[in-house]
Write a protein that binds this ligand. Structure first.
Ligand SMILES: C[S@@+](CC[C@H](N)C(=O)[O-])C[C@H]1O[C@@H](n2cnc3c(N)ncnc32)[C@H](O)[C@@H]1O
Length: 205
């Protein structure tokens, strides 16, 4: 495996010593914070929302969302043990209060959630999922009628270009349409080193 492939693998599923460093980078890198804050602003979170974040990484976005969702609940899933530990530590108080629930699992093996969600968010991890449209169809079934799922992506491969961001927006739109989402909305934020795209669909069934 080349060095680039090893680094990408750590972002796909952080493990061990280097996984902890990758988690630290994700929790502090300005572009990570900026794209996640932008995603939260577009989700129009309400204090009583039920929210699910997939691939929560170090748990910074869970923490930010829990400052808005003060009467609802935020679930998170991630398949990395190292990220589960970092996010659990970062969100200790909200977890104890029952306002945040984190589960160590893959998006391919969704746990059973008690009630449907108002919003589901995934930032920079759809590229790692298997059977994307099947997974998205199952996630749509976890949304209430009118509920929103948002896929957010900033291409981070070395040499990523604005065309990569455009292509990601088109690909995500196709996934969501195929999985039965309606009212697809695409937003773009100019950022360094390259733009972030936000693609949202609604469950209308
Ligand atoms: C590049 S990191 C992004 C973290 C965070 N969302 C952010 O934007 O800073 C991708 C995260 O998604 C998780 N992930 C990747 N594939 C996953 C899957 N199939 N199921 C659950 N989590 C997954 C990884 O473990 C990692 O924590």
């Amino acid at each position: 495996m080349s060095l680039v492939e090893r680094v990408v693998a750590q972002f796909a599923r952080p493990t061990g010593f280097f996984g902890n460093i990758v988690g630290f980078i994700m929790a502090h890198r300005p572009s990570n914070l900026e794209r996640n804050e932008w995603a939260i602003s577009l989700l129009n979170l309400q204090p009583s929302d039920r929210v699910l974040e997939i691939g929560f990484g170090p748990g910074v976005t869970i923490q930010k969302m829990s400052e808005i969702v003060i009467h609802g609940v935020i679930w998170g899933i991630d398949h990395s043990e190292v990220m589960f530990r970092q996010a659990s530590k970062r969100n200790k108080r909200a977890i104890s209060a029952g306002r945040v629930r984190l589960v160590l699992t893959s998006v391919s093996q969704l746990p059973s959630f008690d009630d449907p969600f108002d919003k589901i968010l995934a930032v920079n991890n759809v590229q790692f999922w298997d059977n994307k449209t099947d997974v998205l169809r199952r996630l749509r079934e976890q949304l209430c009628t009118g509920g929103i799922l948002a896929l957010v992506h900033q291409p981070r491969i070395p040499g990523a270009t604005e065309d990569d961001a455009t292509e990601a927006g088109e690909r995500f739109t196709h996934y969501l349409e195929t999985a039965g989402f309606k009212d697809i909305k695409v937003e773009r934020k100019m950022m360094k080193p390259v733009s972030t795209v936000y693609v949202q669909g609604r469950n209308l069934q």
